[in-house]
Design a protein around this ligand. Structure first.
Ligand code: ATP
Length: 340
C-alpha cells in the first residue's frame, strides 16, 4: 500500500483514564490499524470495548498515553489546526442549544466552519429540509442524530468520523443515512464508523475491526472476518432414517454436527462441496430433506463469538468430525454450540 493513500494511521495506541502516574484504567491497549483514502472502516465492539476512547484519539480530542496517531499525515492532537478543517465529527451526543431552530443551529455552526456548504444543502442531505424552522428541543431523538450528521458534513470533510450515527433512527431513516454515507464514500470521503448495528457494518464497511477489552481482536473485510466461521446446513432428519445413514460427514467436509429434536445441523467451511454431496446423496436415496436451510455465517455470529470469547481468543476451533463419520444412532446435542 502506498503510504500516501493512508488517511488514518493508528500504531500501538493506548489510552489510560485516571490520575497521571496512577494506575487508572487502560481503555485502549495497543490498538493499530490503518484506513485508506476513500475507504469506510467500521470499529465494532461491545459496550465499553474502547471504540469511543479510540475514536476520540483519532479526532484529536485527547492525547494518547502511548503509541502514535496520524490523520491526513498530521498528529490530530498537537496539529489540530491542520487537521480540524479537513475532518467532520459526529459525536454520540451533540449537545445543541435547545431553543435555536434547526436552521439557526446549522447557520451558527456554518459560521465556525471553513468553506461551509449552504445551510439548506446540508439539511436536505440528511432529510431535515422540512424541519428547518423547528426548535431543536422539539426534534425527535432520530432527528437530532440527523442534525448532528448535517453539522459534521457542513465543511465537506475529507475524513468523516461517525460515532453510532444511526442509533435511534427508524429503519427507513437508517437506510436513508446508509445511502448518504455510501454516496459520500463514492465521492471519495474516508469514513470511520462505530456502530452496534452489525447489519450496518456488513452493508457499508470495506474493512472492519472488532474490539474487546481495549484491543482489536480481529480485523479485515467483512467477508474475511465472517469467513473465519463455518457455514451451517440444517434439515429435518428424514422419517425412518438415522444420522448414521448419511454419507460419512467428514468426507463431505463437515467439521461438526449436532442433532436435536429431529433436526440436524452440519457445520462446514466448504459449503458448496458439503451441500452438493448431501443433495446428491438425497437424490440417489430418494430422500426429501425437509426444512433444508444452508447459509454462511453472519457477521452477527462472528461478532457474538468474538465478543463473548475469553481473553486472547479470536476464532473458534471446531471439534473435528470423526474420520469414520457419525455414530449410526445420533446422540442428541452432540457437539457443543459456540457460546453466544
Ligand atoms: N472519562 C472516563 N474515565 C474513566 N473511564 C472511562 C472514561 N470514559 C470511558 N471510560 C471507560 O473506558 C472503557 C471504554 O469506554 P468507551 O466509551 O471507549 O467504550 P465504547 O466501546 O465506545 O462503548 P459504547 O459502545 O458503550 O459506546 C469503559 O470501561 C468506560 O467505562
Amino acid at each position: 500500500m502506498d503510504i500516501g493513500d493512508c488517511v488514518i494511521e493508528a500504531a500501538g495506541l493506548r489510552r489510560r483514564y485516571g490520575p497521571q502516574g496512577g494506575k487508572g484504567f487502560e481503555a485502549v491497549r495497543d490498538v493499530s490499524f490503518t484506513v485508506r483514502r476513500g475507504e469506510l472502516f467500521a470499529l465494532l465492539g461491545t459496550n465499553g470495548a474502547g471504540k469511543t476512547s479510540t475514536v476520540e484519539l483519532l479526532e484529536g480530542l485527547a492525547r494518547p498515553t502511548g503509541g502514535q496517531v496520524r490523520v491526513l499525515g498530521h498528529d490530530p492532537f498537537t496539529e489540530r489546526r491542520a487537521v480540524r478543517p479537513r475532518i467532520g465529527v459526529m459525536l454520540q451526543e451533540g449537545g445543541f442549544p435547545a431553543d435555536l431552530t434547526v436552521a439557526e443551529t446549522t447557520r451558527m455552526w456554518a459560521g465556525c466552519t471553513t468553506g461551509a456548504r449552504p445551510v439548506g444543502e446540508a439539511l436536505e442531505l440528511v432529510g431535515l429540509g422540512p424541519r428547518r424552522d423547528v426548535r431543536v428541543k422539539q426534534l425527535s431523538g432520530g432527528e437530532r442524530r440527523r442534525l448532528d450528521l448535517a453539522l459534521a458534513l457542513l465543511g465537506r470533510p475529507e475524513v468523516l468520523f461517525l460515532d453510532e450515527p444511526t442509533t435511534g433512527l427508524d429503519p427507513e431513516a437508517r437506510h436513508t443515512t446508509w445511502e448518504l454515507v455510501r454516496r459520500l464514500r463514492e465521492d471519495g470521503t474516508t469514513v470511520l464508523l462505530t456502530t452496534h448495528y452489525l447489519e450496518e457494518a456488513e452493508a457499508l464497511a470495506d474493512r472492519l475491526a472488532i474490539m474487546r477489552e481495549g484491543r482489536i481482536v480481529t480485523s479485515g473485510a467483512p467477508s474475511e472476518v465472517i469467513g473465519e466461521y463455518p457455514s451451517r446446513i440444517r434439515f429435518a432428519v428424514p422419517v425412518g432414517w438415522f444420522v448414521g445413514d448419511l454419507p460419512p460427514l467428514a468426507e463431505l467436509g463437515v467439521i461438526r454436527h449436532e442433532e436435536s429434536q429431529g433436526r440436524i445441523e452440519l457445520q462446514t467451511r466448504e459449503l458448496q462441496r458439503t451441500l452438493t454431496g448431501l443433495l446428491l446423496w438425497a437424490r440417489d436415496e430418494g430422500v426429501e430433506l425437509e426444512g433444508l436451510d444452508a447459509r454462511t455465517a453472519s457477521l452477527e455470529e462472528a461478532f457474538l463469538a468474538i465478543a463473548g470469547a475469553g481473553e486472547g481468543t479470536s476464532a473458534p476451533e471446531p471439534k473435528p468430525e470423526e474420520e469414520s463419520g457419525p455414530a449410526r444412532r445420533a446422540v442428541a446435542g452432540a457437539g457443543s454450540r459456540r457460546s453466544k
